[in-house]
Design a protein around this ligand. Structure first.
Ligand code: ATP
Length: 233
């Protein structure tokens, strides 16, 4: 089977700012792949191009066999990928269950609402109004909304920013559960620990370029790669 995501020589500039300067990587089906880099490295720009929200200046991009820049297939792609972005807007006066059930209605073959509530560990909280959720619970609701369409590929943008260490570990386990349930996951993070603990493979991005790539073991084991990661972060 072909890779879930293929990015080759991706380029994007904003005016005179080079945000992405020739990035290449592939994400295989069934893995957790982390794009690790500091603020301003080009992670969000890369992800937004893959999600079809932003145009590219050059390079080749393939997401589940489709080009996210092709408007004629945008709807098909939107139904097949799940997105967990920063600051997802939700109705504050709906309950957790109502919010997830409403989003389920947007997809042709959604997952079961109760199954998803269980997967993201919100069982027992489903009658709570969204406005009363803690930050960690809200982020788990975001994950539920990313999962409800039963995507085979999930994009997670900085999934644990703002979490305390315990909540972060809980979220990592949730993401592993999703991977083990068959979902391919591409995430961005600026936490080296998150990439090393969670990802099957990591690409380190700095100043719009990939400066190291490998498994957490090979990256952590090679002095040169480690030095490059430290430099990048
Ligand atoms: P962060 O973690 O802070 O979101 P990032 O790794 O996601 O950073 P990008 O947001 O992709 O990085 O930004 C890459 C570069 O492009 C930065 O120099 C940023 O200032 C610039 N940039 C991003 N979006 C725009 C825009 N809409 N207009 C102009 N410059 C932008």
């Amino acid at each position: 089977m072909s890779s879930a995501v293929v990015v080759e020589d991706l380029r994007k500039t904003y005016g005179t700012v080079r945000a992405v300067g020739g990035v290449s990587f592939t994400v295989e089906h069934g893995e957790i792949f982390a794009l690790l880099g500091p603020n301003g490295a080009g992670k969000t720009t890369t992800m937004e191009i893959l999600e079809g929200f932003r145009t590219r200046d050059g390079g080749h991009v393939d997401v589940l066999g489709l080009d996210p820049g092709d408007r004629s297939t945008a709807r098909i792609l939107r139904e097949r990928i799940g997105l967990v972005l920063q600051d997802i807007a939700v109705e504050p006066y709906l309950t957790v269950r109502e919010t997830i059930a409403r989003n389920a209605g947007y997809y042709p073959a959604p997952r079961d609402v109760d199954e998803v509530i269980g997967l993201v560990d919100l069982a027992g909280q489903e009658k709570k109004k969204v406005r009363t959720l803690s930050g960690g619970q809200k982020r788990r609701l975001d994950l539920a909304l990313g999962m409800i369409g039963n995507p085979s590929l999930l994009f997670l943008d900085e999934p644990t920013t703002g979490f305390d260490p315990n909540a972060r570990r809980g979220a990592w386990q949730l993401v592993r559960n999703l991977r083990d349930a068959g979902t391919t996951i591409l995430l961005t993070t600026h936490y080296m620990e998150e990439a090393q603990e969670l990802a099957d493979r990591v690409a380190v991005i700095s100043d719009g370029q990939i400066v190291a790539e490998g498994t957490p073991t090979t990256l952590g084991g090679r002095d040169t790669a480690r030095a490059r990661i430290r430099f990048a972060l």
